[in-house]
Design a protein around this ligand. Structure first.
Ligand code: NDP
Length: 240
């Protein structure tokens, strides 16, 4: 049996595509998100689905330990769960900033902490954090989202330094715009419309969630001694 893969945010978008791809190749899975029914509906083999909010360290850790009892130690965690609530700094509700920083930054740190000690001890393992191109450069109406994703970029780089002496790989992937449910949680409809118009106008509509999932799986399936440190993946026609 292959080793355990943990995927956060597996109830839609990149996480759901990742779950399908890893399941097709026979990996045992632990899928985490709040909408557990969406993960269960996929009906994947050797898969445990748990309702976990990644900001809650205790329930996150409990779910991972339960899956490890059944499938053995975690070999890969993809810290993918995230939210994007776009808005300008002066107008956006500060509660939305807080939600993004809690989920996108602290949720990723929780995921790393749950597996790191054990990976260090076993001298193997892989952590893949989903940041964003908005973790590398600014975009309008993205201030708090950029703050959260620059945070992921920074913490991933430090974790890579901490973990490389232990033969543990830490990867960051920075996707550009890809159509998923992500934009739908933004509360300002004019910002949603503007974002969609920009995507259409540059023709950035070809890349799919499954392309991102294929790339993450490729990075993982390289030999343990080979680290694809940072990946930037966008639609060919995305111009920023
Ligand atoms: P989706 O909105 O389709 O998926 C987000 C996932 O995160 C859902 O499964 C959601 O599940 C989960 N999630 C959100 N909040 C929490 C929480 N508190 N606890 C547990 N799970 C949570 O978006 P994408 O697939 O597009 O996004 C995945 C990642 O990729 C995110 O980190 C996003 O920032 C990043 N990204 C996406 C880009 C894009 O254009 N699509 C571009 C660059 C980066 P549930 O609601 O059931 O809890």
């Amino acid at each position: 049996m292959k080793k355990l893969v943990v995927i956060t945010g597996a109830s839609s978008g990149f996480g759901m595509e990742l779950a399908k791809k890893f399941a097709q190749d026979g990996y045992p899975l632990l899928l985490l998100a709040r909408r557990v029914e969406k993960m269960e509906e996929m009906n994947l083999p050797n898969t445990m689905c748990k309702k976990v909010d990644v900001t809650d360290f205790e329930s996150f850790e409990k779910a991972v330990r339960e899956a490890e009892e059944v499938y053995g130690k975690t070999d890969l965690i993809v810290n993918n769960a995230g939210v994007m609530l776009l808005g300008s700094i002066d107008k956006q509700d500060p509660q939305e900033w807080k939600t993004m920083l809690d989920v996108n930054v602290l949720g990723v740190m929780n995921g790393m902490k749950v597996v790191m000690d054990d990976m260090k001890e076993r001298k193997t393992g892989t952590i893949i954090n989903v940041s964003s191109i908005a973790g590398l450069q600014p975009f309008g109406n993205h201030a708090a989202y950029c703050a959260s994703k620059y945070g992921v970029t920074g913490l991933t780089a430090v974790a890579r330094q901490e973990m490389s002496p232990h033969n543990v790989r830490v990867v960051s992937i920075n996707p550009g715009a890809v159509t998923t449910e992500l934009l739908g949680h933004t509360t300002d409809q004019s910002i949603i419309d503007g974002y969609n118009e920009w995507k259409e106008s540059v023709g950035a509509v070809n890349i799919k969630a499954e392309d991102v999932a294929t790339t993450i799986k490729f990075a993982y399936e390289l030999p343990q001694g080979v680290l694809l440190r940072e990946i930037v993946i966008t639609d060919t026609r995305q111009d920023a």
